[in-house]
Design a protein around this ligand. Structure first.
Ligand SMILES: Cc1cc2nc3c(=O)[nH]c(=O)nc-3n(C[C@H](O)[C@H](O)[C@H](O)COP(=O)(O)O)c2cc1C
Length: 177
């Protein structure tokens, strides 16, 4: 059986897409055949033996494309190894990472049939100059935590490659069975 992995992502401003690209590249370097697609363009999962899903957190929720993808492909995903990553935190502060993980866990609990083989949070990217409506308005509201927040990018590429590399090791024996 050929091992073919789908890396599907949701992204508003591109930072999750870049992480998905890096993960796909690492999985390929590990010998896996990988397709990389935006979640909303994925029609069916029949040809895949494993799925990696990546989405950012927005306003305490997973990007809506990810929630839609999980609902739409519930049946097919139930029979496949699924790994999930989410982007969120802007600062290397324990509390922020804890909150992001809680947000992700709460979102995933809405899909009780889902039993991922790996779940990870990566740091996110914030560029106030690029925000579009309504995010640009949210970022200027007096009570917003984003107000006057400087641009940042705390994506840790070493951690991202290491996660993908571990995942490849995990998938190979799981798929060979
Ligand atoms: C308006 C807005 C709301 C956000 N809300 C959250 C949130 O609730 N939790 C979190 O951990 N990160 C939050 N983030 C951070 C994003 O998840 C992070 O910027 C991510 O890298 C964006 O991914 P994208 O470039 O693929 O869209 C928010 C960012 C913006 C701009």
């Amino acid at each position: 059986m050929q091992i073919k992995v789908l890396v599907a992502y949701a992204s508003k401003y591109g930072s999750t897409q870049e992480v998905a690209e890096a993960i796909a590249a690492t999985l390929r370097e590990s010998g896996l055949v990988v397709d990389l697609e935006p979640m909303r363009e994925v029609k069916a999962l029949e040809e895949y033996t494993a799925v990696v899903l990546g989405a950012p957190l927005y306003m305490l929720h997973l990007h809506k494309d990810a929630r839609g993808f999980l609902s739409k492909h519930c049946e097919a995903l139930t029979g496949l190894p699924v790994a999930i990553f989410a982007l969120g935190p802007f600062h290397d502060e324990e509390e922020e990472w804890k909150e992001a993980r809680e947000q992700l866990d709460k979102e995933l609990a809405k899909f009780p049939w889902l039993t991922p083989i790996a779940i990870e949070i990566f740091g996110g990217k914030f560029d106030p100059a690029k925000l579009r409506f309504p995010d640009n308005l949210l970022a200027i509201l007096p009570a917003s935590p984003l107000r006057k927040m400087p641009a940042s990018d705390i994506r840790d590429w070493t951690a991202i490659h290491a996660w993908a590399s571990n995942l490849a090791t995990q998938l190979q024996p799981a798929l060979a069975q």
